[in-house]
Design a binder for this molecule. Structure first.
Ligand code: TPP
Length: 600
């Protein structure tokens, strides 16, 4: 296999001359080290103990982080991977450990994150007998992984680990599962670290855009009077943002992004339309509805983006470029489709837009766009006496915009407000569970990002529902000395579900209040501002986990509190008490069109 330089094939085979018999577990860890892995998020159990024992022999080469729940470990590995583009590695025991990891794996699949999940398994002679802590992990994970292995021969270990990392990190990245029976971990053999990969039918050598294809794109750009660049996570994953910026400089085409693509283009640039989709800006949604050319780059036309598919970009010629051929024409029929690595494609397009290229006059298109921006700005009531969540995010953005901070989130209203009010300008600074929308993602993802980028500020903007889903990872931060920051938008509710209750269920409260059920707020009879007794007491929780913390409810306290949080060298929880009456707007109801957009 001829392969580009990637994580896996950068494997350093220097240990290959080792004459020593080694256990399967040691061989696995040595192979990971050879492949450049420096951090493993691992929670032990009976069927993965040999791997943990082996890791103690590699303490100088691999940092092993003990999460407090396997799901937290999986999300932390994702945070590491999303911040760097490198493989994120997590390890768990069989059965319950593996099942606790499932959500993190599915999450990585939907957002195309390079994740290696290593699971312990019962002995090969027990498999299929409903043994203690046995689950058919590869079967369960078959459709939520890019690839999966059950290793039944110790001699396959080196090849399998190399292949797993190679598959996870090349092409469209994704999660790969390696299930390791305990007897394979404890058996011994003479390792051959030069074992080569054997992946018939899989190659990272993808199509290069031809001159004819590039001509077609350039001609389409020249002819278009209302073009839009629709940019997705594929551009971030391919580290192709610089090419994108150069193309925009040359063509002046306005840019909208999907949620995963949010950090691919500077939101402060006048050509940025903001995010598209259900909670996208009016401007972005209108522009796509009216454009005559849509250049769809590394996007998958998710239902949250398109709404009613037949109405999406109805009058546009659509050119789609995606590394994964199975995405081409999957949801939306396109006129030109190129299955190609985004860095290759955008690099070639940048070169094709040479000195002879004359950008079209887009003045009247920008007049419209500017009018939409003026008429429907992303805004909130700045005069509110309360700390509105939108205001808190805006203040955080102001305080951190020059710090190259990494922002993670949970899932819910706070996540959507972050897409609106935190104006991302650099790739890989936005880490969120976009496709699966998994609450509990923010804190563990921040841990992984902080370990990968220890010199950067990492802030989890979280909701109180989401934060409590992996709150136990506060312990990991304290014990491992990982100084992440959490800005908690504490509205005492499952805000996004409550918003749907307000909009679509006549405000009937049905288990969306996070306080005590005998509180009037539980039934929607409060003033919508400040439940009397906030629960839990986050200052007490933080103290229990050894965190620094501040709780604020007054608007004037916010800037100072944010500065205190940033300045702290410890894990820090900023509990911001916000009202719960705010709705994330605009909003296009599921399956709706631009005409159905709720503006207030
Ligand atoms: C694991 C999981 N369970 C349930 C949901 C459904 N859900 C989506 S948003 C939301 C509420 C989130 O509340 P919170 O984290 O407090 O954020 P807020 O919306 O209040 O900002 C729920 C329950 C989900 N996305 N993920």
């Amino acid at each position: 296999m001829t392969a580009k330089k990637t994580e896996a094939n950068q494997c350093n085979d220097q240990e290959s001359t080792s004459p020593r018999m080694l256990s399967g577990a040691d061989i696995v860890i040595q192979t990971l080290v050879n492949c450049g892995v420096d951090t493993i998020f691992a929670y032990p159990g009976g069927y993965s103990m040999p791997l943990h024992q082996a890791m103690t022999r590699f303490r100088d080469k691999v940092r092993v982080v003990l999460p407090r729940h396997e799901q937290g470990g999986g999300f932390a590995a994702q945070g590491y991977a999303r911040a760097t583009g490198k493989i994120g590695v997590c390890m768990v025991t069989s059965g319950p450990g593996a099942m606790n990891l499932i959500t993190s794996i599915a999450d990585a699949k939907l957002d195309s994150v390079p994740l290696l999940a290593i699971t312990g398994q019962v002995n090969t002679d027990t498999i299929g007998s409903d043994g203690f802590q046995e689950t058919p992990t590869t079967e369960v994970c078959r459709s939520i992984t890019k690839h999966h292995y059950l290793v039944t021969d110790i001699n396959d270990l080196v090849r399998t680990i190399k292949e797993a990392i190679f598959v996870a990190t090349t092409g469209r990245p994704g999660p790969v599962l390696v299930d390791l029976p305990k007897n394979i971990q404890v058996q011994q053999c003479y390792p051959n670290y030069e074992a080569t990969m054997n992946l018939p039918g899989y190659s990272d050598q993808n199509h290069q855009p031809s001159a004819a294809e590039l001509d077609l794109i350039v001609e389409s750009i020249k002819r278009s009077r209302r073009p839009v660049l629709f940019v997705g996570g594929g551009v971030v994953n391919a580290d192709a943002s610089d090419y994108l910026r150069r193309i925009v400089e040359k063509t002046h085409i306005p840019v909208t992004t999907s949620m995963t693509g949010l950090s691919a283009f500077d939101r402060n640039d006048y050509r940025s339309l903001g995010m598209i989709g259900m909670h996208g800006t009016v401007c972005a949604n209108r522009a796509v509805a009216e454009c005559d050319l849509l250049l769809a780059l590394g996007v998958r036309f998710s239902d949250r983006v398109t709404g009613k598919v037949s109405e999406f970009a109805k009058s546009a010629r659509i050119i789609q470029i995606d590394v994964d051929p199975s995405e081409i024409n999957k949801v939306k029929k396109t006129q030109v489709a190129i299955a190609c690595d985004l860095a290759d494609a955008l690099g070639a397009l940048d070169a094709a837009l040479d000195d002879h290229f004359e950008p079209s006059n887009l003045d009247s298109w920008y007049e419209k766009i500017d009018q939409w921006k003026k008429e429907y700005p992303v805004s909130y009531d700045e005069n509110s006496p309360y700390i509105l969540p939108e205001h808190a995010i805006t203040e955080l953005w102001k305080a951190t915009k020059d710090l190259n901070a990494i922002i993670t989130t949970g899932v819910g209203q706070h996540q959507m407000w972050t897409t609106e009010f935190y104006r991302f300008s650099r790739p890989r600074t936005w880490i969120s569970s976009c496709g699966l929308g998994t609450m509990g993602f923010g804190l563990p993802a921040a841990i992984g990002a902080k370990i990968a980028c220890p010199d950067r500020l990492v802030v989890d903007i979280d909701g109180d529902g989401s934060f409590q889903m992996n709150i136990q990872e506060m312990a990991t931060c304290f014990t491992e000395n990982i100084p992440v920051k959490v800005m908690l938008l504490n509205n005492q509710h499952l805000g996004m579900v409550m918003q749907w209750e307000d909009r679509f269920y006549k405000k009937n409260r049905a288990n969306t209040y996070l306080g005590c059920v005998n509180d009037p707020e539980a039934f929607g009879q409060g003033d919508g501002v400040s439940p009397k007794h906030r629960f839990p007491d986050y200052i007490a929780v933080a103290a229990g986990y050894g965190w620094e913390a501040l709780s604020i409810s007054k608007k004037e306290e916010l800037p100072g509190a944010i500065q205190t949080m940033i300045a702290s060298t410890h894990p820090f929880l900023l509990d911001v008490q916000v009202p719960y009456f705010e709705h994330v707007l605009p909003m296009t109801p599921p399956g709706g069109t631009i005409a159905d957009m709720i503006l207030k």
